[in-house]
Design a protein around this ligand. Structure first.
Ligand code: PLP
Length: 386
C-alpha cells in the first residue's frame, strides 16, 4: 500500500468549521423542534448586487450560441477585470499585471505556500484564519511561531518574537478578532520585514468593511511594502461571492527572493501549472461588481452587516468584554471560559451557533467569535434571545 503523506499527522483531527457544523447538526438531531440561529461561520447572506446577477444571466446565455461560446480564459485572469481591480481597489498604485485572478483567496493562500517550500519558518497572528497554519503544515512547514494578539497588546503582535521567521501572515481587518491595524502598525510591520528580510502575506479579504479613511485598506498603502509584501484579496465578503468564487493576489514586480530572483515570475509559473483560471463567467460578474452601480449596492450591503455588528455589540457589551465589529463583520467576545464549553453553552441555552476562539489558535481560548453576516430578522431574534 502507498504510505500517507506524513504532513497530515501534524493537523488537528478536523477543520474548525466542519466541527462547528457537526455539533450544530447533533444538537438539531437531539432537539428537532428547536430553531437554531447561526452567527458562526462567516458566510454572506445578502443577495448579490442586481447588476452582477444580470451580467451572469446575460453572459451565461451567450455560452449557448456558437458566436458567444468560449472555453478556457487567460491563465492569469481576464485583463479587463485585472485592470478594473487595479483602478478601483488600488487607484492604479498597483500595476494590473501584478494582479492574478483566482477562485478565491483561501485557495491562493494555500497555493502561495508552495512558492517557499517546507523549510521556511512562518510567523502568524494568534488567533488567525486557519489556512495560514494548516496550509503551511500540509506543505511540510515545521512548528509555526504564534504571535499572540490579545486585548493587552491591542491585538497587534510583538514582532520581535518573529525575528527569525521568513514569512509573516497578517490579516487586517482581522478574522477572528475584528481588529484593524493602523497605518503606524502596518508601517512597523513593513519596516520589520525589511529589516529581517522577510515576506509578508497580507490578507485584505475584509478591506471594504473599513469605514475610516485614515485606516489602511491595503498593505500597498504603506511605504516600502512593495519590496516585502504579497496581498491576497477576495470578492467573497465584499460582494457576496462566497459561492461564486473569485479572488486575486498581488505580487509586486519588486518582490525578490534572497537569491534576487523574482517571486512574481514563480507565482505566474505556479498558477499556470496548478490552476486553469477562475470561471470566465464569474469574472464577468466581478467586473460588474466593480462598476459604479455594483459598488453602490456593495456599500449598502456592507452597511447592513456593520449595523448587525453594532446591534450585536450593544446586546453583548453589558455582559461581556466585546472587541471588533466596527470596521469588521466579526465580534470577538471574552467569555472567560474554555471556548468549546462556551460554544456549547450558547448552543444549548440560546440555540445560537458561534465559533469557538480556540479553533483559531491558542490565544483564542476564552473567546467566542460572533459573525455579523446575517439577515436582520436572524440578528434581531438572536438579540432577543440573548
Ligand atoms: N481570508 C480570510 C481572513 C477569511 O476569513 C476568508 C474566508 O472566510 C478567506 C480569506 C477566504 O476567502 P475566499 O472565499 O475568497 O476563499
Amino acid at each position: 500500500m502507498v504510505s500517507r503523506n506524513i504532513t497530515f499527522q501534524s493537523l488537528n483531527g478536523s477543520y474548525l468549521f466542519p466541527e462547528v457544523l457537526r455539533r450544530k447538526l447533533a444538537f438539531q438531531q437531539q432537539f428537532p423542534h428547536e430553531k437554531i440561529l447561526s452567527l458562526g461561520i462567516g458566510d454572506t447572506t445578502e443577495p448579490l448586487p442586481g447588476v452582477v446577477s444580470q451580467v451572469l444571466a446575460d453572459k451565461s446565455l451567450m455560452f449557448s450560441s456558437p458566436e458567444g461560446y468560449s472555453g478556457y480564459g487567460p491563465d492569469l485572469g481576464n485583463m479587463e477585470l485585472r485592470k478594473k481591480i487595479a483602478e478601483v481597489i488600488y487607484q492604479n498604485t498597483v500595476d494590473w499585471q501584478e494582479i492574478v485572478i483566482s477562485d478565491g483567496s483561501k485557495c491562493d493562500i494555500a497555493r502561495l505556500q508552495l512558492l517557499f517550500g517546507s523549510q521556511v519558518k512562518i510567523g502568524v497572528q494568534d488567533p488567525a484564519y486557519p489556512v495560514y497554519v494548516e496550509g503551511s503544515l500540509l506543505n511540510g512547514v515545521k512548528q509555526p511561531v504564534f504571535l499572540p494578539c490579545t486585548p493587552e497588546n491591542n491585538f497587534f503582535p510583538d514582532l520581535r518574537n518573529a525575528a527569525l521567521c521568513d514569512l509573516l501572515y497578517f490579516c487586517s481587518p482581522n478574522n477572528p478578532t475584528g481588529a484593524v491595524a493602523t497605518r503606524e502598525q502596518l508601517q512597523e510591520l513593513v519596516d520589520t520585514a525589511k529589516k529581517n528580510k522577510q515576506i509578508i502575506i497580507f490578507d485584505a479579504a475584509y478591506s471594504f468593511f473599513i469605514q475610516d479613511e485614515h485606516l489602511p485598506r491595503s498593505i500597498f498603502e504603506i511605504e516600502g511594502a512593495r519590496e516585502v509584501a504579497i496581498e491576497t484579496h477576495s470578492f467573497s465578503k465584499i460582494a457576496g461571492f462566497t459561492g461564486l468564487r473569485l479572488g486575486w493576489t498581488v505580487v509586486p514586480h519588486q518582490l525578490k527572493y534572497c537569491s534576487g530572483e523574482s517571486v512574481k515570475k514563480d507565482w505566474e509559473r505556479l498558477v499556470n501549472t496548478t490552476f486553469n483560471g477562475a470561471s470566465t463567467l464569474v469574472q464577468q460578474g466581478g467586473i460588474a461588481a466593480l462598476s459604479p452601480e455594483g459598488l453602490s449596492e456593495i456599500k449598502k450591503t456592507i452597511e447592513h452587516y456593520l449595523e448587525n455588528g453594532r446591534m450585536l455589540f450593544n446586546a453583548l457589551k453589558d455582559k461581556y468584554q466585546v472587541y471588533g465589529g466596527t470596521h469588521s463583520p466579526y465580534l470577538w467576545v471574552n467569555v472567560g471560559k474554555p471556548s468549546w464549553e462556551a460554544f456549547d453553552d450558547f448552543l444549548h441555552t440560546y440555540k445560537i451557533v458561534t465559533t469557538p476562539g480556540g479553533g483559531f489558535g491558542p490565544a483564542g481560548e476564552g473567546f467566542l467569535r460572533f459573525s455579523a453576516f446575517g439577515n436582520r430578522k436572524t440578528v434581531q431574534e438572536a438579540i432577543e434571545r440573548l
